[in-house]
Design a protein around this ligand. Structure first.
Ligand code: ZN
Length: 145
């Protein structure tokens, strides 16, 4: 299996079996996002304790890229501080806009191919934008438009 196939399998697996796909009863922050061009929707639930993301989950519907990237995002942000979450989103944005995978970071790098399809960058970052909105307590619906 070459690296491209490995990346594909991360996306397919997270789309088929999204992680943390549920409402979070203990959430104290919620934000939704939508990407009308593609028809993607996500709602991200966050339980913030101090400056740490104690728990995070999501629900949504849409293309494989949007749902898989949100699934990966919840796995990566759980337990992180707000500053760590922002740094990780910065890294993910670099990967999907510049197509520069970090082989040490397989699940984020799985989305590097997205940079060849600028419209799909919005799919890949939708869940992250919603999560950061929720974390910052900006209770608004984010849209990629
Ligand atoms: Zn999409």
């Amino acid at each position: 299996m070459d690296l491209t196939e490995l990346y594909q399998s991360v996306i397919l697996d997270n789309n088929r079996r999204p992680r943390n796909f549920r409402k979070l009863p203990t959430a104290n922050r919620v934000a939704s996002g939508n990407n009308p061009v593609c028809g993607d929707e996500v709602t991200v639930y966050v339980q913030i304790e101090g400056d740490r993301i104690a728990d995070i989950s999501f629900q949504g519907a849409g293309c494989a890229i949007s749902q898989a990237s949100t699934s990966v995002m919840t796995q990566r942000l759980k337990g992180k501080t707000v500053a760590e979450a922002e740094a990780l989103f910065g890294r993910f944005k670099d990967i999907v806009t510049q197509g520069t995978p970090d082989e040490e970071d397989l699940d984020l790098s799985a989305f590097a191919g997205v940079h060849q399809f600028p419209a799909r960058i919005k799919c890949a970052t939708l869940g992250w934008h919603a999560a950061l909105q929720a974390i910052h307590g900006e209770a608004a619906t984010v849209t990629t438009e």
